[in-house]
Structures are given as structure tokens and as C-alpha cells.
Design a protein around this ligand. Structure first.
Ligand code: TYD
Length: 227
């Protein structure tokens, strides 16, 4: 029977290139014959994707910060039970686009609910599940948010205005994203063993090379061989 798999999360500002880098890492691990589950938050399950639509759609108005946080954790609790834990038990590497650090950075930092509440909810609803490794994509606030806005506007144009969009967070202020960024850096300073910060300001290829090196070093994998 396969041993327990590894849980790798990707974190960073909107538009920092996380999703692209997750896919690029997945291709390398697949080539190494590692069984993979790639997933994302909020979402990753049928219920979670419905919650995602509510959370990210610009048409959702007046959502209280605590209600927003509760929905993030509702989606996460379902995701852990239905996808993450079964995959880890089956020996898969789980690559997850965002996890609880996003709640700490966006709701704790951005919405100013504080870290303590998020860590407590994580203990209660997620059994304190910790990633084996978190890749924090460090990028500049203005450039990242601009990139995310352009990408999401393009998606909305393609799908038509009647569809739910994913732009609600992009309407937040520069100060909001500065707080998100600062909280991410504080998490990385606190959880040094788990979180590795990657400079995401270079080309996608340069960033990818850094990530592959980190994953192999931190998880003690050899290239071309699953240990
Ligand atoms: P994502 O789809 O990763 O957006 P992007 O590709 O632009 O980075 O995430 C959607 C948004 O949800 C993003 O703005 C961050 C926000 N979010 C939170 O505020 N808290 C959370 O716990 C999670 C998982 C996401």
C-alpha cells in the first residue's frame, strides 16, 4: 500500500501566477510518475464550486467579512473531507491552489479580522491540517492586481455579462492588497519550515525552475524518481 502523500499549497496575490506555476509543477511531477491530485480553493468539490460562485461574483453585495470567512471555511471543510484527505491517504501528492493561508492573508489581513480567529477556525474545522510545503509567490501588489483584473475582464467578456464573474476581490483597494501582502510575509516569517517564498517577478520559466528545485529539496525527491 502507498504511504501518505504530500500536501503542497500555492499562495500569493491575485495575478501572481500561482495557477500557471501549479500546472507547470504538476507536469514535472507527472513525468516523475508521481500520482497527483490538482485542486483549488475556494472550490474543488461540487458544493465548494457553488460557494466559490457566491464568494467571487461581483453581483454578491454586502457580504459581511465574517460571513465571507465562514463560507471560505465551509468550502474548505468539504474539500478536505471529499478530496484532500482521501487523496493523501491514497498516496497522492495534492497540489492545491490556495488554502488556509489565503484566509489568513485576505480575511485576517485584508479584512482585518486578525490571524487568531483564522487559526482557531482552522483548528476546529480543518483538524489543523498543515501542508507539507507552501510555495508563496511573492510579487508586487500593483502589477499583480492589474494582471488579475485584465485576465478576469477578458474572461467575463468571453462568457457574457449574464454569467457570474470572479472579480469581487479585484474591486478591493490598494490598501487592502498591501495588507494581504504584508500578512503573507508575516506567515512566511512565522512558519519558516513550511513556507518557502519564491520571487515571482521574473519570467514564468525562472519562477518554475526555483519551484522545482525547492520541491525536490524540501520533500527530498530525486529528479526522475519518486522516493
Ligand atoms: P483565485 O481563484 O486563486 O484567484 P487568482 O487566480 O486571481 O489568484 O482566488 C480567488 C479569490 O479568493 C482571491 O481573490 C483570493 C480569495 N480568497 C480569500 O479571500 N480567502 C480564501 O480563503 C481563499 C481560498 C481565497
Amino acid at each position: 500500500m502507498a504511504g501518505r502523500g504530500k500536501f503542497i499549497t500555492f499562495e500569493g496575490l491575485d495575478g501572481s501566477g500561482k495557477s500557471t506555476q501549479l500546472q507547470k509543477l504538476a507536469a514535472v511531477l507527472r513525468a516523475d510518475k508521481i500520482a497527483l491530485t490538482c485542486t483549488r480553493e475556494p472550490g474543488g468539490t461540487a458544493v465548494g464550486e457553488k460557494i466559490r460562485n457566491v464568494l467571487l461574483d461581483t453581483a454578491t453585495c454586502g457580504l459581511a467579512p465574517r460571513a465571507e470567512l465562514a463560507l471560505m471555511f465551509a468550502a474548505r471543510a468539504q474539500h478536505i473531507k471529499e478530496v484532500i484527505e482521501p487523496a493523501l491517504k491514497a498516496g497522492h501528492f495534492v497540489l492545491c491552489d490556495r488554502f488556509t493561508d489565503s484566509s489568513e492573508a485576505y480575511q485576517g489581513g485584508g479584512r482585518q479580522l486578525g490571524s487568531k480567529l483564522i487559526l482557531e477556525l482552522h483548528r476546529i474545522f480543518c483538524n489543523n491540517l498543515q501542508p507539507d510545503l507552501t510555495i508563496l509567490m511573492d510579487s508586487d501588489v500593483a502589477a499583480s492586481v492589474e494582471r488579475a483584473k485584465r485576465r478576469n475582464n477578458l474572461r467575463s467578456e468571453r462568457s457574457g455579462s449574464a454569467e457570474p464573474d470572479e472579480n469581487r476581490f479585484e474591486h478591493e483597494s490598494r490598501a487592502f492588497f498591501e495588507r494581504v501582502h504584508a500578512t503573507y510575509l508575516a506567515i512566511a516569517a512565522r512558519d519558516r519550515d513550511r513556507v518557502v517564498t519564491v520571487n515571482a517577478r521574473g519570467t514564468p520559466h525562472q519562477t518554475h525552475e526555483q519551484i522545482v528545485e525547492i520541491v525536490h529539496r524540501k520533500l527530498k525527491l530525486r529528479r526522475g524518481q519518486h522516493c
